[in-house]
Design a protein around this ligand. Structure first.
Ligand code: IPE
Ligand code: IPE
Ligand code: MG
Length: 234
């Protein structure tokens, strides 16, 4: 039985090692990594991917040196400014997930602006996880849900998986079908914990700055031949 990967999520890992192999600072790897995104987004329609979600910065990445963190924040601003026209031209709707509270105001306002100017696009839905962590997301969701119960807008007995999912940052997204992690690490590092309950995983050795549309398309095609049972017997 063949099925299409409607939603592919990617843990874009290996930028630091890519730079290190070249004797360059880690930020050079992050810049090379950011440049790869457009080609992957543009490869989506041909392979039937409607939703692409990419992990750009985790809630744990604040533990890195101050210079790497501030370099990444500058890169995110630059990336958004530089790519917004191409995203519009490609029919890409961009949305961000993650906690915006700890991001600087200028970055948050250009994120809001990009969401707004691409809000009518329909070809590809690109979701960028920025200051995102699965546990943090579930915690924030439960806090909002608890507040609604406190205020009498919701009864505890009404809470089920669907209701909780509606409070997550990803409430507008279908669950990911396929999660790809580059750079050879076989872990999920707090990415889409709730949403990936039945996702298929691909851990590949390629470092993110070397990841090309060909490899992406091959992984998506390979996914099409897997049988997903969701706990049942085929
Ligand atoms: C992923 O690349 C990008 C971010 C986490 C921001 P890394 O920076 O983790 O690269 P490695 O894992 O050190 O090679
Ligand atoms: C996960 O990669 C986060 C992103 C790709 C943005 P990390 O490099 O931060 O994850 P660990 O530290 O190897 O688990
Ligand atoms: Mg890493």
């Amino acid at each position: 039985m063949s099925n299409a990967a409607q939603h592919v999520a990617i843990i874009m890992d290996g930028n630091g090692r890519w730079a290190q192999q070249r004797g360059r600072p880690r930020l050079v790897g992050h810049h090379a990594g950011a440049k790869r995104i457009r080609e992957i987004v543009e490869a989506c329609p041909a392979v039937g991917v409607k939703y692409l979600t990419i992990f750009a910065f985790s809630t744990e990445n604040w533990k890195r040196t101050q210079s790497e963190v501030s370099g990444l924040m500058r890169l995110f601003k630059r990336y958004i400014r530089r790519e917004s026209q191409a995203l519009i031209d490609d029919g890409v709707r961009v949305r961000f997930i993650g906690d915006r509270m700890n991001l600087d105001d200028q970055l948050v306002s250009i994120m809001d602006e990009l969401e707004l100017v691409t809000s009518h696009n329909k070809k590809v839905n690109l979701t960028i996880a920025l200051n995102y962590g699965g546990r943090d997301e579930v915690t924030r969701a439960v806090k909002r849900l608890a507040r609604e119960i406190e205020q009498g807008k919701l009864a505890a007995k009404q809470v089920n998986a669907k209701v909780l999912a509606g409070f997550l940052d990803t409430h507008f997204l279908p669950d990911p079908d396929l999660v790809i992690r580059t750079s050879g690490e076989a872990r999920i590092s707090n990415f889409l914990l709730w949403q990936s309950a039945y996702a298929e995983y691909e851990f590949i050795d390629t470092l993110w700055p070397d990841f090309k549309a060909d490899e992406f398309s091959q992984l998506v095609s390979k996914f099409g031949s897997r049988e997903r049972r969701y706990g049942a017997v085929s």
